[in-house]
Design a protein. Structure first.
Length: 230
């Protein structure tokens, strides 16, 4: 369809992709039961529709600039044919309501632990757990996780600390963690982690230290505790 050369063209693109009659996809393609495809106005209602449309508008504002190419893609599905606008540049696809709403992720996450140096008088050990989201074409899109470290002598923990991280390209991310036990027989932390595509929303609850998800966007949310022993 050519290049978007003016701000007027960008504004028109925003209104087109957020129109409630436009098609969109959400879900994790590694969990087919989570995948939903349809018109925005059919999948979302009320506050969820507002959140989805605002999230899409923010994604386009962030990524679609003058000089970006746009093409129309025709999709075939069980319910018939539909079209979406796909924005791209020489390095690849920037945004499409189907490509951008679907992700690939392993809900079990990944973990790794250190090898202890028992020769030292005061030693440390750590445990890391993280979840990764990828684009449909396999490249990494986002990640969220935490790492707890304990310091100890013999079987007694003298201190502990924890770090957390969360980021996603074209979406929302949130990570929180805190140490709740750092001396004695073990160290322990709590963590609250979340990622979601633009049409979802994340919120953090400080009273029970948890992150939650609303809307139909593709997401990872993990709340829990981790104990680490010498």
């Amino acid at each position: 369809m050519g290049k978007i050369s003016t701000q007027k063209g960008i504004d028109l693109s925003k209104s087109l992709i957020t129109d409630k009659d436009q098609f969109i996809a959400t879900g994790n393609i590694m969990d087919p039961s989570s995948v939903k495809i349809g018109k925005i106005g059919d999948l979302y209602h009320g506050d969820d529709l507002t959140t989805a449309q605002q999230g899409l508008k923010e994604a386009v504002t962030e990524e679609v600039k003058p000089g970006i190419n746009v093409m129309e893609i025709t999709w075939n599905s069980k319910s018939g044919k539909f079209t979406t606008l796909c924005f791209y540049k020489d390095s690849g696809i920037i945004w499409d309501n189907i490509f951008g709403g679907l992700i690939m992720m392993d809900s079990r996450g990944n973990s790794e632990a250190s090898n202890n140096n028992q020769a030292a008088k005061v030693v440390s050990t750590w445990y890391k757990q993280w979840w990764t989201a990828s684009w449909l074409w396999g490249s990494k899109r986002g990640e969220t996780g935490y790492q707890i470290t304990i310091y100890y002598s013999g079987s007694t923990v003298s201190n502990a600390d924890v770090s957390d991280w969360g980021y996603i390209s074209l979406g929302k991310a949130k990570s929180e963690s805190k140490i709740i036990k750092k001396t004695g027989a073990y160290g322990q932390c709590r963590y609250a982690l979340g990622l979601c595509t633009p049409t979802g929303s994340l919120s953090f609850n400080s009273s029970n230290f948890s992150v939650s998800f609303s809307g139909l966007g593709s997401n990872i949310v993990s709340n829990g505790t981790k104990s680490l022993y010498p």
